[in-house]
Design a protein around this ligand. Structure first.
Ligand code: GLY
Length: 461
């Protein structure tokens, strides 16, 4: 199958799935409480132009509704309806300019909630819904305009309250309840994330096909975006990192405007977002098509660490086991190369390896690239469970600066990271980004075959 032809038009997650998520949240909320889940607000880019709109992940998770200026209210056990959406009203003139909106009347039918109201009526309706609630679940600090409104309503209620009436409900963070649910991906979410990974893998192959000293980081970035859009993904899950040579030592390098040099590696850390679900994958390739011996030494260590961490991704292990496995391999390898000296466990305990390996190995992946969910429960790392998705991304970075003056020139000015997205299963795990080559011999063979094809094309032409 040509991956170019993979088209993903129909949303896999349907209104019934969003309704089940709301039900699960309502079932764990305290009786007498209320949850406020604000949607995202449009952000101005410059003058009268906004950034492309992206819905808040919590709000999307519970509604599937992608318009700005919306708010979800959940009230467990409320006789007149437990789920209410506030949204923009329909208006012919503005819809002619900006496109159709759903409008409050269609909320019940389309979103499956109990009621829909115009967001312009919030001041009249929401204080009444808050009145008498023992807890108000909400995530403060994410959408400041909504935070201010909620605080204003609480103050209003506190002022109106008579001494016999109960105190205005305390604000409790919603994150914990909701994010525990988001952390374990359903079968449909797993399917969607596998598709997102597949699109990203195909995009990386398109990028790989054009790597040569004739191109710039910007050319590769453009190829990734083009490939995502052609395959049905609207956006990147995070700003693409295309980092040649020493640029790869900047972990979140996004300038992406340098030329590639024949003697360098190029690190590509890029993943698409598909129907709101993120993918995240990194590979590091030799621009010439062949690793130098120093590049290969370091690459082999990072690859061994990536494989050891993936082996540790299984139920029965906790979140930090993959990191511990990867770090030990990285440090042992750096000692063997003569870049670190001493006992591996002691070096790790002292943090001496962070000079070359400054970041952790994993983060959760889902609707957000650095997805929600606690990494620790109390004092302990949390256990890995089927349905969790995490990245495995060990790396070694050796800048060419004063801090590495004593290191052999051949090792300086390189950053290597190899990252996969991993789904925990009942037995072990599935590597969602498996399709993207990472064995150095495979990379060299792939690039040589591509160069052969290019030369043939030139001769024929
Ligand atoms: N791969 C991008 C990040 O984890 O920040």
């Amino acid at each position: 199958m040509r991956l170019w032809n993979l088209r993903l038009i129909d949303p896999l997650i349907q209104p019934g799935d969003f309704a089940r998520r709301r039900r699960r949240l309502l079932d764990v909320m305290r009786p007498g409480s209320i949850a406020i889940v604000p949607g995202a607000i449009e952000q101005r880019r410059n003058r009268d132009i906004n950034f492309p709109f992206r819905q808040d992940s919590d709000f999307y998770y519970l509604t599937g509704f992608c318009e700005p200026d919306a708010l979800l209210v959940l009230i467990p056990g409320r006789d007149q309806g437990e789920t209410i959406v506030f949204c923009r009203e329909r208006d012919a003139a503005s819809e002619r300019r900006d496109g159709r909106v759903l409008g409050p009347d269609a909320c019940r039918l389309v979103l499956g909630v109990d009621d829909g109201f115009p967001v312009s009526d919030l001041d009249e309706i929401l204080p009444g819904l808050l009145e008498g609630r023992s807890q108000i679940y909400m995530n403060l600090g994410e959408h400041l305009l909504w935070d201010h409104r909620l605080m204003r309503y609480r103050e209003q209620l506190a002022q109106q309250r008579s001494s016999e009436e109960p105190e205005v409900g305390e604000i409790v963070t919603l994150g914990h309840l909701l994010h525990e649910q988001r952390l374990i991906k359903s079968a449909k979410e797993q399917e969607l994330m596998a598709q997102a990974a597949q699109i990203s893998v195909a995009a990386h192959y398109h990028a790989l096909a054009m790597i040569s000293p004739d191109v710039t980081e910007a050319d590769i970035e453009a190829e990734l975006h083009y490939s995502y859009r052609r395959q049905g993904a609207r956006a990147e899950a995070y700003p693409s990192i295309v980092a040649a040579g020493e640029n790869a030592c900047t972990l979140h390098y996004v300038q992406n405007d340098s030329e590639l040099s024949e003697r360098d590696l190029v690190l590509i850390d890029a993943g698409c977002e598909l129907q709101y679900y993120a993918s995240d994958v990194t590979r590091t390739f030799p621009v010439s098509g062949v690793f130098s011996s120093a590049q290969r030494d370091v690459y082999d260590i990072v690859l061994a660490a990536n494989r050891a961490a993936i082996d540790a991704c299984r139920p029965g292990n906790h979140f930090n086991h993959p990191h511990e496995a990867a770090t030990l391999i990285l440090v042992e390898g750096l000692i063997e190369l003569g870049l670190l000296h001493g006992d591996p466990e002691q070096l790790i305990a002292q943090g001496d390896h962070e000079r070359f390996c400054p970041h952790k190995t994993s983060h959760w992946l889902g609707l957000d690239v650095h997805d929600v969910g606690d990494y620790r429960l109390g004092d302990s790392w949390r256990d890995l469970m089927p349905g969790m998705v995490l990245t495995v991304e060990p790396g070694i970075y050796i800048p060419r600066d004063d801090s590495t003056a004593e290191i052999a020139q051949a090792y300086r000015g390189m950053g290597i990271r190899i990252e996969d997205a991993v789904l925990i299963q009942k037995q072990g795990c599935q590597v969602l980004t498996e399709g993207l080559i990472k064995e150095p011999d495979d990379i060299e063979a792939w690039m040589a075959a591509r160069a052969g094809k290019r030369n043939t094309a030139r001769v024929v032409a």
